[in-house]
Design a protein around this ligand. Structure first.
Ligand SMILES: Cc1ncc(COP(=O)(O)O)c(C=O)c1O
Ligand SMILES: [Zn+2]
Length: 386
């Protein structure tokens, strides 16, 4: 076990990992896992990795969970990095296809690690507010772990996500409101019900699972990070996790100090990070009246906003919003040209890519990676409505 302690991402206060933790006990900001990278460096080399199973648990030494404890796994990670065939002209565009994860989205990565740790630390009932895919993933991993899952979703969450959670044995509550209202409901009831809150960035290990997006990408790119990354940003866990992975890999001696320009892509109807980025703010105000078919982007207020904004600025990247009609149009374009039925959140990234390209913010010959974070199959009601 190379995990040392948990550290507050805002005030730096240390917390023990050996019991269940949510936010910083002093300032209520997210906690991040600090790994003993000097020890991990001695134990794990890039060469050893090549011989390991195709799962995110191949990066075991930099993940939490004691070495002799079996993770709760459904075969997450190890997803393909596909070269775009027709979508890009003279740009070296790649698609990391996360729809091939268990429950068809990248949320499986975070939940495999977080549910493994929650079980290890004796949680029995897990609760999450979800825009859709996180709920499905929690339901699956909880079932696998023999734990109860309590999932709170907005009533207008895509049908497939709701049915999926129920069929996986979770307790599903539909709320007339947004994901923030779902989170507040869990906050009100969790003490009495004995639930452990698995909200994104309100527990420290979903981000550890998501950071494997960064490890895997580096490994697949032969340890040369791309020039640009476009990431559909709701809570921002993947963005924060990847950035953490890049720093860890540099400390491990696996990559140099070059970093991709990171772009957060949001929906025009819910773009708190884009607004804050454009206004030069360090945190993002709640976005009023949020609406978009890209359910995963319908996050009006992210607890990790200050971390996301710092990454976008430190990386010399940016934030860009795309409207729903364009997402639908681009889904068909990507489907017909690349053979992938992508989620609308990812379609926003393909549309953003076009905008960045025509604004000259992505240059010819640059290597760009877009994350297809989920499957279009989960959004049939949205696609049929157009
Ligand atoms: C398909 C999809 N893409 C992107 C996101 C946003 O992810 P994050 O919360 O890591 O920003 C979500 C979140 O629900 C999602 O389901
Ligand atoms: Zn703190």
């Amino acid at each position: 076990m190379f995990l040392k302690h948990l550290e507050c991402s805002a005030c730096g206060l240390h917390h023990e990992w050996s019991r269940l933790q949510n936010l910083c006990l002093s300032c209520q900001k997210p906690l991040l896992a600090i790994v003993d990278l000097a020890a991990a460096r001695r134990a794990l080399t890039r060469e050893t990795l090549a011989t390991r199973e195709k799962s995110l648990w191949r990066y075991r030494e930099v993940l939490p969970l004691a070495g002799d404890v079996g993770p709760i796994s459904l075969g997450e990670g190890g997803t393909p990095l596909l070269r775009a065939q027709k979508f890009a002209d003279d740009v070296d565009l790649w698609i990391k296809d996360e729809s091939l994860n268990p429950t068809q989205s990248f949320k499986a990565r975070g939940m495999s690690v977080a549910v493994s740790m929650a079980k290890y630390l004796d949680a029995t009932k897990l609760a999450v507010p979800s825009a859709g895919n996180a709920g499905g993933a929690l339901a699956a991993y909880s079932a696998r772990a023999g734990l109860e899952a309590h999932i709170f979703m907005p009533r207008d969450t895509p049908r497939a996500n709701i049915v999926e959670c129920r069929e996986l044995g979770a307790h599903v509550t539909l709320i007339d409101g947004l994901i923030t209202n779902c989170g507040a409901e869990i906050g009100r009831r969790k003490m009495k019900e004995g639930w452990f809150d698995m909200s994104t960035l309100k527990e420290p290990y979903r981000v550890e699972g998501k950071k494997t997006l960064g490890y895997e990408l580096a490994e697949q790119c032969d340890w040369q990070l791309p020039d640009v990354i476009l990431y559909p940003t709701g809570g921002g866990t993947g963005l924060i996790g990847m950035w953490k992975a890049f720093d860890e890999m540099e400390a491990l001696g696996w990559i140099g100090n070059k970093r991709p320009r990171m772009f957060a892509v949001q929906a025009s109807g819910c773009a708190p990070i884009v607004r804050a980025f454009d206004a030069g703010e360090k945190s993002a105000a709640e976005f009023p009246n949020p609406h978009t078919i890209a359910a995963g982007l319908r996050v009006p207020k992210a607890i990790g906003d200050f971390l996301i904004l710092k990454i976008l600025r430190d990386s010399n990247g940016g934030a860009i919003a795309v409207d729903d009609k364009e997402m639908i149009r681009v889904t068909r374009e990507v489907g017909a040209s690349e053979g992938l039925f992508i989620a609308p959140e990812a379609a926003a990234c393909f549309a953003a890519f076009k905008h960045l390209r025509s604004a000259g913010k992505v240059g010819s010959g640059e290597r760009v990676v877009i994350f297809n974070t989920g499957s279009g199959i989960k959004y049939l009601d949205c696609y049929e409505a157009y």
